[in-house]
Ligand binder design. Structure first.
Ligand SMILES: Nc1ncnc2c1ncn2[C@@H]1O[C@H](COP(=O)(O)OP(=O)(O)O)[C@@H](O)[C@H]1O
Ligand SMILES: [Mg+2]
Length: 211
């Protein structure tokens, strides 16, 4: 099983810069013997993410951003995670820390989640729906209204919101709503929220602030 320290050593001489593409990262990894499917490289609108199959963490970093200068979404997650601890809301976020900085790239190590809402296996979906059958409609709607007020035109996934209410209670959910707004976490679509050990979690919480 690969460790965080193994990754640190690997990243020190892999040669990744902020401009390296997902395909290039895959090639670099393959050349060092770290290939798919054991080492997958995922991306979204602003970050690249190496997901090792046999580890409990992922490595992510921000790619070049031409419109917002030095804004670094991966590092932003480190800062937001620290704020979440202070607010007593760390259960909604995977543990996130800086691993190392190479070529100006801030590599962040983050607890790996089990699956996003988008990729929830149907057996789990059924289980979660059963578990949340008593979740209060009023609270779900309140959460949805709050998340929508900042979201970029998307609804909050109802099963995920219900799981948050059933697992953590309405007080924490209310605090999460406030936290999400205060920290500009405006991109909570179905690929950015998910589950870890059958508990709801947010895996991409930098928000989207590029043009
Ligand atoms: N903690 C994590 N555990 C598992 N996969 C992750 C994690 N964080 C990111 N990923 C994967 O990497 C992709 C890109 O990461 P994300 O933080 O969503 O970046 P972006 O801001 O570019 O959308 C995600 O859609 C997901 O597939
Ligand atoms: Mg994302």
């Amino acid at each position: 099983m690969i460790t965080r320290d193994d990754f640190k050593a690997l990243l020190a001489n892999l040669g990744i810069t902020k401009n390296t593409s997902r395909r290039q990262v895959r090639e670099m990894l393959t050349n060092k013997g770290y290939s798919e499917p054991e080492y997958r490289v995922h991306d979204g609108a602003s970050k690249l993410c190496i997901v090792p199959k046999h580890a409990d963490f992922v490595i992510k970093w921000s790619t070049t951003c031409l419109t917002v200068g030095d804004y670094d979404e991966a590092y932003d997650e480190v800062l937001i995670y620290q704020k979440a601890i202070k607010a007593g809301l760390e259960m909604f976020f995977p543990k996130t820390e800086v691993l190392c900085i190479v070529n100006g790239v801030i590599f962040v190590v983050q607890e790996k989640i089990d699956f996003s809402v988008l990729n929830t296996p149907s057996s789990k979906e059924n289980k979660y729906e059963y578990k949340t059958r008593t979740a209060s409609r009023v609270i779900i709607d309140k959460m949805d209204t709050c998340f929508c007020s900042i979201a970029r035109g998307r609804d909050l996934d109802e099963t995920w919101a219900s799981m948050a209410i059933v697992v953590y209670g309405k007080k924490k959910c209310k605090a999460l709503c406030k936290f999400v707004i205060e920290n500009g976490i405006n991109d909570l679509h179905r690929s950015n929220i998910g589950y870890l050990k059958d508990k709801p979690i947010i895996l991409d919480f930098s928000g989207y602030h590029r043009n």
